[in-house]
Design a protein around this ligand. Structure first.
Ligand code: HPA
Length: 250
């Protein structure tokens, strides 16, 4: 089985019940162990592989994820396109909890993560072009599918990748806002850059789980995040069923 399409599931999407799983495989890579076994199955008439970014039981925090192993294993099995689901906090006024967002830009504030495959034993130094960090074609397909389904989705925004695992301070969010960021998450980088290094077409579908720090009164609780994500991830599943048949089969 040679799936061309992968879904990386984030918080709130540790499994995909719409995927009719036919096969599960645990693989290792030269960069170590991926976050979870690979689940192969059928979705929207296509063979799709699913990887749980935080592990099958959601035990890996953002800074402990082996992003290189995750992207490498997908590349190794022949994946060409990756749809990454991710939970985010909403910064821009229209990024209310429950909304979907398709980012088109990234600012990376993470540090200390293994963020490249181009490190050792290089025959030449490589700098990938990252002007547009997400695949415009895949993004367009996602946006089109969301329109067809009339989902509550934002079609252009800048994603701030923060180190986590703690949430931000209100001042940090004000800074991100001044920088031009609209949503904030913890796992978007180096995932997107590693996908580009491997030549994978990669786009993200974010679900706003909460107002970012200082954007609403009171504490941000995990219970509220989980509540908002449950509804948002149901929309992601609907979106996947709509978009996958429109993607290139190989
Ligand atoms: N900040 C960073 N990452 C997140 C948030 C947030 O507010 N919500 C969900 N992931």
């Amino acid at each position: 089985m040679n799936p061309a399409i992968a879904i990386i599931g984030g918080t709130g999407l540790a499994s995909l019940d719409s995927l009719k799983t036919v096969h599960q495989e645990t693989r290792s890579t030269p960069y170590g162990e991926p976050s979870s076994p690979l689940l192969y199955g059928e979705l929207g008439g296509r063979t799709v592989v699913f990887l749980a970014r935080h592990g099958q039981h959601h035990t890996l925090p953002p800074h402990k994820i082996n992003y290189r192993a995750n992207l490498w294993v997908l590349h190794q099995i022949g994946v060409k396109q990756v749809i990454a689901a991710a939970a985010v906090g909403g910064i821009r006024a229209d990024m209310e909890p429950g909304a979907l967002a398709f980012p088109d830009q990234i600012i990376d504030y993470t540090w200390g993560r293994r963020g490249t495959f181009f490190e050792d034993n290089l025959s030449y130094v490589t700098h990938i072009d990252f002007t547009e960090p997400y695949c415009p074609v895949l993004r367009e397909r996602l946006i089109h599918a969301a329109r067809v389904l009339n989902l509550n989705a934002r079609e252009s925004c800048t994603y701030a990748a923060m180190p986590g695992p703690r949430l931000e301070t209100a001042a940090e969010i004000r800074r991100l806002e001044r920088d031009g960021c609209d949503i904030v998450g913890m796992t978007g980088m180096p995932e997107a850059a590693l996908a580009r290094e491997l030549g994978l077409r990669y786009a993200a579908c974010a679900v706003v789980a909460n107002w970012a720090a200082g954007k609403a009164a009171g504490e941000i609780t995990m219970a509220a995040i989980e509540r908002n994500l449950a509804g948002g991830m149901e929309q992601v599943k609907t979106l996947l069923a709509q978009v996958i048949p429109t993607l290139e089969p190989a």
